[in-house]
Design a protein around this ligand. Structure first.
Ligand code: FAD
Length: 398
């Protein structure tokens, strides 16, 4: 399969996940000739994707995106040393609906596994397993954290979870969503929390999760999930396994290709979330690509400008602040984590909501962190204050 000469497509987006489709549809809306290059299996997004509903509000299609939500929970439960009921709606995407909504009208799709990219004059040729080629003026890698073109990075921590879809009766409170339950069960380190959602229709998802750190053994997660629910062993049912690389260096800015989504390091260093961030960033990045192409920019310069739109300078500062947050969190034991989240969600909702966005202005993040620090109990303050500022920088070098 070949895409023709180097001008056949303006942008070739490699990958078929939420980030790739969000960018492709934003490019198509700007009349760019976009092509999505991904294997057939990309069509099925197996993960349970959640988002804060207001994180979609900045999109011009926010109302349509809301119709792609499978379940909305108006109240979110979080348990630290005490229980909180957060009045900030959270939702689970209907993956099929989201993918159908994002699928770019008028864009091409080429099925295949990408093995490499090479220069062809001012353009690029995407190489496919089996010998096919796709020509484009710009190539964007959206192949997730294990990025095939810009290269995977070693992260200082990983979030792992083991989840089970089971009948909801007797397992979760009716209609509830628990973002984190850190209640003390007397378990040894590492601390883990319960993430659970009533999916409706008599089903729920319960997940034992480690926030971030060295990977926790699946046997430990399984034992804890069973102990919480009084199960002798894990019941039959569909399983969800989560493994998300958290924090660490952003990808080196390749001159050959740009990147977007998890491949570009859009995963929030403290939460592991990236879907809403990619949805919000797609229009900004597509606009920059359209402007650069219209001005005649091409080749390495076009790639460099695209990287600048993917990670504008202020957001690099925001990222450094989030990395510091991750370094601080990694120093806390269960008691410290409980106090951390109690204080965090006791801030005004808009403050903590902002901290959870990778694209919040750095000055606002710094203001939230200052306010948060002041609200912490003295013992946690000491622990966090002893996180040297260079800890985040050291983590980024790993
Ligand atoms: C189980 C699980 C649950 C998660 N839950 C949430 C959540 O609730 N909220 C949230 O915001 N984030 C969540 N995340 C984290 C993160 O947002 C997801 O990993 C998300 O899928 C990242 O989107 P992406 O499009 O950047 O990359 P991916 O979804 O990883 O997509 C990568 C795409 O690239 C394709 N690809 C790979 N190699 C090639 C190749 N060689 N050639 C062509 N295509 C290729 C893949 O087939 C895939 O389509 C979760 C992650 C996991 C694993």
């Amino acid at each position: 399969m070949t895409g023709g000469d180097a001008a056949a497509h303006d942008v070739a987006i490699v990958g078929g996940g939420p980030a790739a489709l969000a960018l492709a549809s934003a490019c198509a809306e700007r009349a760019l000739r976009a092509v999505v290059v991904a294997p057939r299996e990309s069509d099925r997004w197996g993960a349970t994707y959640g988002t804060w509903v207001d994180d979609l509000d900045v999109r011009s299609d926010a109302a349509a995106l809301r119709s792609c939500l499978a379940t909305v929970w108006p109240v979110v439960r979080l348990v630290g040393a005490r229980e909180h009921r957060l009045r900030r709606p959270y939702a689970r995407f209907d993956n099929e609906a989201l993918s159908a909504h994002l699928w770019p009208h008028g864009s091409a799709r080429i099925e295949g596994t990408v093995t490499g990219v090479r220069r062809a004059g001012d353009g690029r040729i995407v190489e496919l397993a089996g010998g096919g080629e796709v020509a484009a003026r710009l190539v964007v890698d959206a192949t997730g954290t294990s990025s095939v073109l810009v290269g995977a990075r070693r992260a200082p921590g990983v979030q792992v979870a083991l989840g089970r879809f089971v009948p909801s009766t007797g397992t979760v409170e009716d209609g509830s969503f628990t973002l984190m339950d850190w209640s003390d069960r007397g378990w040894d380190a590492p601390p883990t929390f319960l993430y659970s959602m009533d999916l409706g229709g008599g089903r729920c998802l319960v997940e034992e999760t480690s926030l971030v750190g060295p990977p926790v053994d699946e046997g430990v997660l399984c034992d804890r999930l069973c102990a919480r629910h009084g199960w002798a062993s894990l019941p039959e049912g569909e399983v969800e396994r989560v493994s998300i690389e958290m924090g660490g260096a952003l990808p080196a800015r390749s001159r050959l290709v740009a990147a977007f989504g998890a491949a570009a390091g859009y995963v929030h260093p403290v939460t592991g979330y990236s879907v809403a961030a990619s949805l919000r960033a797609a229009p900004r990045v597509a606009s920059a690509i359209a402007t650069e192409l219209a001005s005649g920019r091409s080749g390495d310069d076009l790639v460099a400008e695209t990287w600048r739109a993917v990670w504008p300078r202020p957001l690099l500062v925001t990222r450094a602040l989030h990395d510091y947050g991750l370094a601080a969190l990694l120093r806390l034991d269960l008691r410290g984590i409980q106090r951390f989240f109690d204080a965090f969600v006791s801030l005004p909702t808009e403050s903590w909501a902002r901290y959870l966005r990778i694209d919040a202005p750095p000055a606002r993040i710094a203001a939230t962190m200052t306010r948060f620090f002041a609200a912490l109990p003295a013992s946690t303050k000491v622990r966090i204050a002893s996180t040297p500022p260079w800890a985040a920088a050291r983590m980024r070098r790993r």
